[in-house]
Write a protein that binds this ligand. Structure first.
Ligand SMILES: NC(=O)c1ccc[n+]([C@@H]2O[C@H](COP(=O)([O-])OP(=O)(O)OC[C@H]3O[C@@H](n4cnc5c(N)ncnc54)[C@H](OP(=O)(O)O)[C@@H]3O)[C@@H](O)[C@H]2O)c1
Length: 343
């Protein structure tokens, strides 16, 4: 029997998240870190040396021209995701692209269309969706133990200070809380609402949002969207870049609730509390493996023709498109409320 060769990865952009990914590639059996690329050759060399890449390139084009690269992980900033996905598909590479996949739904559809034309796999890198903790949340919802879902709350906030030049806050670098972390809280609400309705995910039927736009930067710094989903489920997705709030997901049913202490990095626990009292059921997260390891194994599995990661909750592309549509909606609501405030 012929041995299955590990997938050769190329990492495009050597920033913060690329480090976590490179480390995880080295922890898998199914993948090797073949090449890295940065806009600066010395930085690429240093990054490649640190994580044991076979090759280091001083341009993204050079990495994509390497015939040995099987799959590309795009870790540049979101305004540049589309451009580099299109180049990667042109070169016949499979693509795992960091979240948010693009700046808006229109761009996400364009990426999908070219991936299809070139017969390349395209997935958005929502690593929390590959972790068993997220599957557990979905399973508890579906089991009906907390009854029918009535309300959902999902918060992803942190305080990055006043930092107008950072990628988080500068408009031209894709700044704003919705695109950086709102994509997680939105995806959680859509997943849970879908699970209650026996679907993989669900789309909001109504959405209203308020938030604070930095007056100079014109990017959203903290914001909440409230939504109605099928089944009369009301959900609240919150995102913040200049506020420290609990990172938490809570699902309220008509018989109890599920509290997910660290839904995004999956290092906490899930508590299931029933309205009648009694001891809550607590599921500790499995922290023995990096979230990125699950994500890489899932992607490689799909490249090899297996169903998506063996995990129902992993982010499929129709889920990605639904999420981008909801993020567009959320962002337009904030812009409208901001303008109305100043009439
Ligand atoms: N899944 C997660 O947990 C997670 C966490 C954080 C971020 N992310 C996502 O990953 C992406 C990168 O975020 P990051 O935190 O890694 O950012 P970062 O540390 O600032 O690195 C971003 C990289 O973008 C590249 N880049 C290309 N054009 C640029 C420009 N005009 N200005 C600045 N940088 C430019 C740079 O690549 P060179 O190396 O070529 O210079 C830089 O290394 C974002 O889309 C973000 O949403 C995901």
């Amino acid at each position: 029997m012929s041995e299955v060769k590990p997938v050769k990865w190329g990492i495009l952009a050597c920033g913060g998240i690329a480090k976590a990914f490179a480390k995880a590639v080295n922890q898998t059996e199914c993948s090797v870190l073949h090449a890295v690329a940065a806009r600066d050759a010395d930085r690429a060399q240093a990054f490649g040396a640190e994580y044991g890449a076979t090759r280091a390139y001083g341009s993204y084009e050079a990495l994509l021209a390497d015939p040995e690269v099987d799959a590309v992980y795009i870790a540049t900033l979101h305004p540049f995701h589309l451009e580099w996905m299109l180049h990667a598909f042109q070169a016949g590479k499979h693509v795992l692209c960091e979240k948010p996949i693009t700046m808006n739904l229109r761009e996400a559809k364009r990426a999908q269309s070219m991936a299809k034309d070139k017969r390349c796999l395209l997935r958005e890198a929502f690593m929390y969706r590959h972790h068993p903790q997220t599957q557990k949340v979905a399973d508890v919802v579906k089991s009906g133990v907390i009854g029918r879902v009535r309300m959902i709350e999902a918060n992803f906030c942190y305080n990055s200070g006043v930092n107008p030049e950072s990628r988080l806050q500068a408009k031209e670098l894709g700044g704003g809380a919705i695109l950086d972390v709102g994509c997680y809280s939105m995806s959680f609400c859509r997943l849970v609402a879908g699970r209650d309705q026996d679907r993989l995910f669900s789309e909001p039927l109504e959405l209203k949002a308020v938030g604070y736009l930095d007056p100079q930067l014109k990017t959203d710094m903290w914001t909440t969207a409230v939504m109605r989903f099928e089944g009369d489920i009301v959900a609240k997705a919150t995102a913040g870049l200049r506020v420290n709030a609990d990172k938490v997901g809570v699902v309220y049913g008509d018989k109890g609730r599920i509290i997910v202490k660290d839904p995004w990095h999956c290092q906490g626990e899930i508590r299931v509390e029933l309205d009648g009292g009694g001891e809550p059921e607590v599921f500790a997260a499995d922290t023995s493996r990096s979230l990125f390891v699950y994500e890489i194994e899932s992607f490689v599995g799909e490249m090899r023709g297996q169903p998506i990661g063996g995990s129902e909750v992993a982010m499929r592309y129709d889920d990605t498109l639904g999420n981008m549509k909801a993020l567009d909606w959320w962002r337009s609501e904030i812009a409208l409320s901001y303008e109305a405030d100043r009439v």
